[in-house]
Design a protein around this ligand. Structure first.
Ligand code: A3P
Length: 273
């Protein structure tokens, strides 16, 4: 037997930090935390716990810095990171492509109107003196004004615009879309598709989830670092304020053509109202 054999064998068992093989690039409030927490239960996935913001905020720190933010992995394990702002920041697709043109990209999308309200709910949870949603969503603070597309909660939901920037660099088959709505009602089914996309064995199944009636969402029976059942934190699954029905209808009209183009480009009908 070769004397090198045990040495090489030993080396392959050493965990190493790698640059990511896959990224959850968005969208903010789509259900990105749920996706990450669910897929990282898989033994062949290791994920950075917090949002790294390398490609949008800390790019100048370089790949060495980025790699150090990644969890140690064993051979065959996928390294994953999620930073939802990547989807909408102009410079990001090119930077990701330059690092790894074969990287796999995941995007959780959700009805842009609900997403905007969810985003706004997050804003008011931190600052209660913010104007009403209806006043921010329309120009001149009036529902009779045009939709204010410069307001981030509105702008982020024009998914097709952002996607087109990614498609300058990546083919569509390198991008997997998760339905934020289906992730809420049937997480196991959405995670099954994610496992297929990432080339993983089907390990995460409905057996990992239970519906928590108090929370009103699915929670995990157990996960990495949790031997007991647990739900996502209090900031996930918040109650939304009630928004004027006319304002909602106007926003639906605004998004309708963008959604239609998004369905066309992705080849998926997400069924948003
Ligand atoms: P709301 O708080 O508006 O309901 P993100 O992690 O991208 O910020 O997305 C947050 C959203 O994830 C939540 O928005 C919630 O609807 C959704 N979500 C999906 N599955 C969930 C789960 N099992 N538990 C809690 N929130 C979940």
């Amino acid at each position: 037997r070769s004397p090198q054999y045990p040495f090489l064998h030993h080396q392959s068992l050493q965990p190493v930090r790698k640059l990511p093989d896959a990224l959850v690039i968005g969208v903010k409030k789509g259900g990105t935390r749920a996706l990450l927490e669910f897929i990282r239960l898989h033994p062949d996935v290791r994920a950075a716990g917090s949002e790294v913001h390398f490609f949008d905020r800390f790019y100048l720190k370089g790949y060495h810095w980025y790699r150090k933010k990644m969890p140690p992995t064993l051979e065959g394990q996928i390294t994953l990171e999620k930073t939802p702002s990547y989807f909408v920041v102009q410079e990001v697709p090119k930077r990701v492509y330059e690092m790894n043109p074969d990287i796999k990209l995941l995007v959780v999308v959700r009805d842009p109107v609900t997403r905007a309200i969810s985003d706004y709910t997050q804003v008011i949870s931190k600052n209660t003196s913010v104007p009403k949603f209806e006043d921010l969503a329309f120009q001149n603070g009036s529902q009779f004004g045009l939709v204010d597309t410069t307001w981030a909660p509105i702008r982020i939901g024009v998914y097709v615009r952002h996607l087109e920037r990614w498609l300058h660099y990546f083919p569509l088959n390198q991008i997997h879309f998760v339905s934020g709505e289906r992730l809420i009602v049937d997480p196991a089914a959405e995670i099954a598709n994610v496992q297929t996309f990432l080339g993983l064995k089907q390990v995460i199944t409905e057996k990992h989830f239970y519906f928590n009636t108090t929370k009103g969402f699915h929670c995990l029976k157990k996960s990495e670092g949790h031997s007991s059942p647990h739900c996502l934190g209090k900031t996930k699954g918040r109650n939304h304020p009630s928004i004027d029905a006319t304002a909602i209808e106007r926003l639906r009209e605004f998004y309708r053509p963008f959604n239609a183009r998004f369905y066309q480009v992705t080849g998926i009908n997400f069924g948003w109202p």
